[in-house]
Design a protein around this ligand. Sequence first.
Ligand code: PGA
Length: 244
Amino acid sequence: MTRRKLVAGNWKMNGSIAALAELETIAGAVEGTVDVAMAVPATLIAAAAARASGLEIGAEDVHEADCGAYTGCLSAAMIKEAGARFSIVGHSERRCHQHESDADVKGKAEALRRGGLWCILCVGEELADREAGRAEEVVREQVAGSLPDEAAGDWLAIAYEPVWAIGTGRTPTIGDVAAMHRAIRSAVHGRIGEEADRVRLLYGGSVTAENAAELLHADDVDGALVGGASLTAAKFLPIIAAAG
Ligand code: PGA
């Protein structure tokens, strides 16, 4: 099955109203052969959605409950009202710093589904797991624990982000990326059957203009999740071009 490529950016805790000029430049240059999404800090969602209407604007996280006494958190309905069309869930920085478990991530993904938003769900092994030959096992466990039970394929993208590749300038070999994506596809197939063919599998971790073409055209890679190189049009646009 042919899946449209998706290049998604993740601004993390970076950006400002002034930085939205970069987003406008990106939106103005996107031609439509590739889907382009940008997850921005919650404070920027409304302004980003207004100023970069050709892009899918999303949040970086969401709470699993629909409303209630959760000081400081945001529900799917809230980010949707601000203009988000999706959210990232399970990013390794949240799994690590906020101690989010697979069950938490599953709850967040389900909240997005209930709320009518699509989802980028992140998985990825730590360096020690890869060195011990346990990378596939760890990622399969994350998929098993964090995937909602009845996910429709076109609602979901799964980003494979080896933790040791994020922000480090290091990337796995193309063979390792393809093997992991094959393993993820088969794990998702085991859970949601044929719908798995419609799930887009993104690679993330130190994607740059230099390595994007090779990574984006590896077997079973349907796009990229890009952190640092999504912050400026000069760095992000060549990655989008490489996906086309
Ligand atoms: P990076 O981040 O591209 O800066 O390595 C990727 C991510 O965390 O999504």
